[in-house]
Design a protein around this ligand. Structure first.
Ligand SMILES: Nc1ncnc2c1ncn2[C@@H]1O[C@H](COP(=O)(O)OP(=O)(O)OP(=O)(O)O)[C@@H](O)[C@H]1O
Ligand SMILES: [Mg+2]
Length: 308
């Protein structure tokens, strides 16, 4: 079979969030970014190629969205089934207005065995399996955001083969920087074998102390050394703000949605007076976190447009 038969042109506005290392903030950024586009009226699809189901949008815990008929697509089962049966992805619709989601979860781990069993026949093109399952529904969307898992090269490659852009968040520590070497290797492999349209949109420092400028500069230099001298490094640094980030995820709310609750939130003195529970107090640090995330989304978008 000729190579041209296998090349699947990715959606122009599809982006994967990937870093080659765990716990950097990929799933957070992917969910916030997808919800941000949807809130602006763009038809958006979020695909979670991760065996962890973080449920930032409260799909499972708060029963958000319209489930497709038939067997459950939760916990990565929909993703696994589409690849297994060579059918189109079936997202959960309207998790928010304009936002559909293909959830990740445990079943995504089973993709590895499946892909390995297909290797002898499909060779390198086995990593285009997700791209094939996405292609029939991609034209429905203005935006496609893909969350990825760094635990397995094959899963990372599966996601890279399905998108036009790669966005790389990193922390400033050495292991995060080393993780970028891994994603850079997978990026080059996928680009040369199955997805020549793939490009690095930009990289950013995530979950860092905004005043650690010397550390940021060193991290930026390392990122450019690995990803190439033309890699844009965004100036927005989303700060490390654990409490609002973790609370928002636990409540299944985006940072913007959680920040919108701040003006009417219970206060610490209400807790002291026994009128409210600690969990009802929205931390004021959600405000800068939501603002920085919005700034990050704007900056990623501007760089994709410029690069395109
Ligand atoms: N700005 C932030 N400051 C502090 N903590 C954050 C911030 N953003 C996200 N977190 C928290 O950091 C943890 C890791 O984030 P997240 O799950 O997004 O990372 P990840 O890169 O997707 O991890 P994994 O590789 O395990 O999939 C989560 O508990 C999340 O709520
Ligand atoms: Mg994740």
């Amino acid at each position: 079979m000729s190579e041209a038969v296998h090349i699947i042109e990715p959606h122009e506005n599809s982006i994967m969030i990937g870093t080659g290392k765990g716990g950097v903030g990929k799933s957070t950024i992917a969910a916030q970014k997808a919800a941000w586009h949807a809130a602006q009226g763009e038809r958006t699809l979020l695909i979670c190629v991760t065996s962890q189901d973080d449920d930032d949008l409260g799909i499972e815990r708060f029963d958000r969205g319209l489930r497709p008929e038939g067997p459950s697509v939760l916990n990565g089962q929909g993703l696994l089934r589409a690849v297994q049966d060579r059918t189109a992805l079936l997202p959960i619709r309207e998790v928010r207005p304009n936002l559909d989601v293909v959830p990740g979860g445990e079943a995504v781990g089973e993709l590895l065995t499946l892909l390995t069993s297909r290797m002898p026949v499909e060779g390198a093109f086995v990593v285009a399996s997700l791209a094939r399952a996405l292609a029939p529904i991609a034209p429905w969307y203005d935006r496609i955001v893909v969350d990825s898992a760094p635990e397995q090269d094959a899963l990372e490659q599966l996601a890279l083969a399905a998108v036009r852009w790669l966005f790389v968040p990193t922390r400033s520590d050495d292991t995060s920087i080393r993780g970028i070497r891994r994603i850079a290797r997978n990026y080059k492999l996928v680009r040369s074998q199955v997805n020549p349209s793939l490009e690095v949109a930009a990289a950013c420092l995530y979950g860092s102390n905004p005043s650690a400028t010397q550390l940021h500069e060193e991290a930026r230099q390392s990122v450019v050394r690995i990803l190439g001298p033309n890699t844009p490094i965004l100036s927005t640094v989303v700060g490390y703000r654990e409490m609002p980030a973790v609370n928002a995820r636990n409540k299944g709310l985006t940072f913007a949605e959680y920040a919108a609750l701040l003006p009417t939130s219970a206060k610490s003195y209400d807790v002291a007076a026994g009128r409210a529970r600690r969990a009802d107090v929205v931390p004021s640090s959600i405000k800068p976190l939501a603002e920085e995330m919005e700034q990050l989304n704007l900056e990623i978008d501007a760089h994709c447009r410029k690069a395109a």
